[in-house]
Design a protein around this ligand. Structure first.
Ligand SMILES: Cc1cc2nc3c(=O)[nH]c(=O)nc-3n(C[C@H](O)[C@H](O)[C@H](O)COP(=O)(O)OP(=O)(O)OC[C@H]3O[C@@H](n4cnc5c(N)ncnc54)[C@H](O)[C@@H]3O)c2cc1C
Ligand code: FES
Length: 343
């Protein structure tokens, strides 16, 4: 069968129609038209994020799709768009919230050391001048094309609250083997212009008023900073305890700010813990893995919600503890800093 020179992609029953060249994946083709679907793996079928309903796909679901989508979803035409080839006209239904993600140009205003391997960065937006996002969502920072990488961008959670909509603040942990964070730590300077896209993600406060347990490891504090600042600014007084796990004292940061929130807001409690305090750390606080601390402190979680941010290992351990305390999967929300290969 000969391939047409152009194909039409109809998005959400005529909301947008794209004339595109065939040959690439639907995910890449949409991205080239600034329809930026969520993705963590960069389009190799491993994260399961890039979902949409594709009503007329030419190719059968791939093994990656059978792994990430249930038979019910596949039966209802849900696909991973990075696994769908554009070979002819397509009709696609994309969740409205996904269409909110846009390319963003911004300039690094400042970068501040929080620990020996964690920095906070603030970017001032250039184009557009403002970005609408929810506390808990993430943005993707593009790696410059001069840096060799097979994935063009990396996800980082917003640390600033939605009211601060002319800027993007990130808390980034240096991965010594990492392409993007090496570039951030070794090359990026205030005044440099960067490309981002977003917002993405479902993580964030539910619309209940149930008390909350927040569990963060390392740079997982970022999303909670945004949520906490948002709650304080908007007068949301849902009781909430933040468990923050680090290895030693040198890995802790924002302690003064978080203790001040605890002092000023009766609804907020802060429990930092060290898993391996050093002899000269002079640490009188909680010790042990943050999941063990959670286990010791939380008696009965029924009627509560849990929010988790950090490594997949920490999340798995926390979910076990939470389930045993009565907070099941339906009331546990998380943002896994999943591993991405082929950096
Ligand atoms: C939704 C979401 C939000 C995130 N928010 C933040 C944030 O606010 N701050 C932050 O610092 N990070 C955050 N991350 C994690 C961050 O995107 C990754 O660590 C990213 O890969 C770092 O980019 P890099 O180019 O330096 O490393 P890469 O070049 O992508 O990776 C280098 C090597 O390290 C491995 N690797 C990558 N990530 C991890 C990991 N998490 N654990 C173990 N090994 C890993 C890779 O497999 C690869 O071998 C978030 C991730 C997700 C999915
Ligand atoms: S982009 Fe990760 S599965 Fe499609």
């Amino acid at each position: 069968m000969t391939q047409p020179e152009t194909c039409t992609i109809d998005i959400n029953a005529g909301q947008r129609r794209l004339e595109v060249a065939p040959g690439r994946s639907l995910f890449e083709t949409l991205a080239s038209e600034d329809v930026l679907l969520p993705s963590i793996c960069g389009g190799d079928g491993r994260c399961g994020c890039c979902q949409a309903r594709v009503l007329s796909a030419a190719n059968e679901p791939t093994p990656a799709e059978r792994k990430h989508l249930t038979p019910e979803q596949l039966g209802a035409d849900w696909r991973l768009t990075c696994q769908v080839s554009v070979r002819g006209d397509l009709s696609v239904e994309i969740p409205e919230e996904f269409l909110a993600a846009k390319p963003v140009r911004a300039r690094l205003e400042w970068m501040q050391e929080m620990t020996y391997d964690i920095r906070m960065l603030r970017f001032a937006l250039i184009e557009p001048e403002r970005i609408a996002f929810r506390a808990g969502q993430y943005i993707k920072l593009n790696v410059p094309t001069s840096v060799a990488t097979s994935r063009p961008s990396r996800p980082f959670s917003f640390a600033n609250p939605p009211s601060d909509d002319r800027a993007v603040e990130l808390i980034v942990r240096h991965n010594p083997r990492g392409v993007c964070t090496n570039w951030i730590f070794n090359r990026l300077q205030p005044g440099h212009e960067v490309r981002l896209s977003g917002p993405y993600g479902h993580f964030g406060l539910s619309d209940t008023d149930l008390p909350m347990v927040w569990v963060a490891g390392g740079s997982g504090l970022s999303a909670f900073c945004s949520m906490l600042r948002h709650m304080a600014e908007t007068g949301i007084e849902r009781p909430c305890t933040l468990y923050f796990g680090a290895v030693a004292r040198r890995d802790l940061y924002l302690l003064d700010e978080l203790h001040a929130y605890q002092r000023d807001h009766a609804w907020f409690a802060f429990a930092p813990a060290l898993s391996a305090p050093q002899p000269d750390d002079d640490w009188g606080g909680e010790t042990g893995l943050i999941t063990d601390v959670l286990d010791r402190h939380l008696d009965d979680g029924s009627g509560m919600e849990a929010y988790l941010c950090g490594s997949p290992g920490m999340l798995a351990a926390a979910r076990k503890v939470l389930a045993a305390k009565g907070i099941g999967p339906e009331r546990t929300f998380y943002d896994a800093f999943i591993r991405s290969a082929n950096g």
